[in-house]
Design a binder for this molecule. Structure first.
Ligand code: DQA
Length: 142
């Protein structure tokens, strides 16, 4: 069975309560439920992980190098802007990784304009709220 993995980084566990004017009022659970429905229509499984710790994200990326994993959706949170270790892990694994940001990082503080991870990703989706995860999911079926 085909599998897609969704990895969320630091502070995203607070989605729905955190800076709601930027990130909205929906929680990760709501996004997970929509992706589970989408996965059902595509006859594949979807697994979700969230951690506030860089090493956990790297370990999970390594575990994505399996034959059945056809794609990884990654929102590295603030690690996006400076984690060469996560970048190297993305570059090291087999499946394509799509980077997602809920907010439009390019319309925010200048330190958010750069992603050190995007150059080793298949693509990047920013600014569409939690719908961005669905768009990333569908990108693996184009
Ligand atoms: C974010 C954007 C990052 O700059 C920020 O640090 C986050 C969330 C987003 O989804 O918009 O934690 O990745």
């Amino acid at each position: 069975m085909k599998r897609i993995v969704v990895l969320n980084g630091p502070n995203l566990n607070l989605l729905g309560k955190r800076e709601v004017s930027i990130y909205g009022t929906d929680s990760l659970k709501e996004m997970e439920n929509s992706l589970k429905q989408l996965a059902h229509t595509k006859n594949c499984t979807v697994d979700f992980f969230q951690s506030n710790h860089e090493g956990d994200i790297i370990d999970w990326l390594h575990q994505c190098s399996t034959e059945e994993t056809i794609g990884v959706i990654l929102n590295p949170g603030a690690f996006t802007h400076y984690s060469y270790a996560i970048r190297d892990a993305v570059a090291a694994i087999q499946p394509p990784v799509v980077e997602v940001h809920i907010s439009n990082v390019h319309a925010r503080e200048s330190f958010r304009h750069q992603s050190v991870i995007a150059p080793v990703c298949k693509g990047q989706i920013v600014g569409f709220g939690l719908k961005g995860y669905e768009l990333a999911f569908l990108s693996f079926f184009l």
